[in-house]
Design a protein around this ligand. Structure first.
Ligand code: CLF
Length: 278
């Protein structure tokens, strides 16, 4: 496991500048409405989560991965599913992971999730040898979470407000514990949203440490979606909160806030999957 972490560009600082990752955009549907998110399919070079040029079928994704490996434009170590929706809410994620396990066992398998289905899917994920999981958690107090999430959908039922945030947070914590218990290396991503969760992030960091999360990635708010009129945190605010949280849990400070079809070395030559040039 240690070897995996050392080679993962989002879990290890040195690896960030050395090894590449490919995001296969096969997961369009989402079961959570975050106020800081805006999913979209577009051809632009806009660099942020929730965006891809095209949602791929399982077959298309594997073909594109094969081509990318063949072209050898950069050294690929990780293949991941990170949207543009919620990976665990889309059956294609599991189809792709099965093929990756069978046909590309040398690659680290990574998934980014909102955590809602993580505990429910943990046996399946373990059987597919998923190595690393990132869970995005912006609050562990429903009184704060209610400002961040519009609604959560579980088995066709919609929960909103403080109740919705409470349901989400409970699921996320269950998911973190299940992943850690099953030997999967876990990173927590937290969006720093000024005036909403800045100081509360310290509580998130403390809990992550207690549960056994490997590393935390505090990312600045990108003002889009329902938060389009809010401000980005300053560099100083970001550094301040990362420094405090680093006394509880190791911090990842190089995040590129990637697209769902990002491809390349995050800390180097980076681009969009399927593009002929980066
Ligand atoms: Fe992708 Fe995320 Fe896996 Fe990395 S990205 S699913 S853990 S392989 Fe990395 Fe990109 Fe930041 Fe994510 S730089 S957005 S932390």
């Amino acid at each position: 496991m240690c070897n995996i972490i050392n080679q993962h560009p989002c879990f290890n600082d040195a690896a960030h500048f050395r090894w590449g990752r490919v995001h296969l955009p096969v997961a369009p549907k989402c079961n959570l409405r975050c106020n800081y998110c805006s999913r979209g399919i577009n051809n632009s070079t806009e660099n942020r989560p929730g965006i891809c040029k095209k949602v791929l079928s399982t077959k298309e994704a594997i073909e594109l991965l094969q081509n990318t490996l063949r072209e050898k434009l950069f050294p690929i170590k990780v293949v991941a599913i990170a949207g543009p929706g919620e990976p665990l809410f889309n059956h294609e994620t599991f189809e792709v992971m099965k093929i990756l396990k069978e046909d590309f066992p040398h690659l680290i398998r990574c998934i980014a999730t909102n955590g809602i289905l993580l505990a429910d899917k943990i046996e399946l994920l373990t059987s597919l040898d998923v190595n690393t999981i990132t869970v995005t958690i912006c609050a562990i107090d429903p009184k704060i979470g209610k400002w961040i999430y519009d609604y959560i959908s579980i088995d066709g039922k919609i929960y909103s407000g403080e109740e919705g945030a409470a349901v989400l947070i409970e699921k996320q914590i269950q998911g973190l514990k299940a992943a850690v218990t099953n030997g999967i290396s876990v990173k927590v991503n937290t969006v720093l949203i000024p005036e909403i969760n800045t100081d509360h992030i310290i509580d998130v960091a403390r809990l992550c440490k207690l549960i056994g999360v490997e590393i935390m990635n505090i990312m600045p708010l990108i003002p889009i979606g329902r938060f389009k009129n809010m401000r980005r945190p300053t560099k100083d605010e970001l550094t301040y909160i990362r420094d405090i949280c680093s006394s509880y849990i190791r911090q990842f400070r190089f995040c590129k806030q990637c697209r769902a079809d990002a491809c390349g070395i995050p800390g180097g030559k980076d681009g969009i999957l399927g593009s002929t040039c980066f």
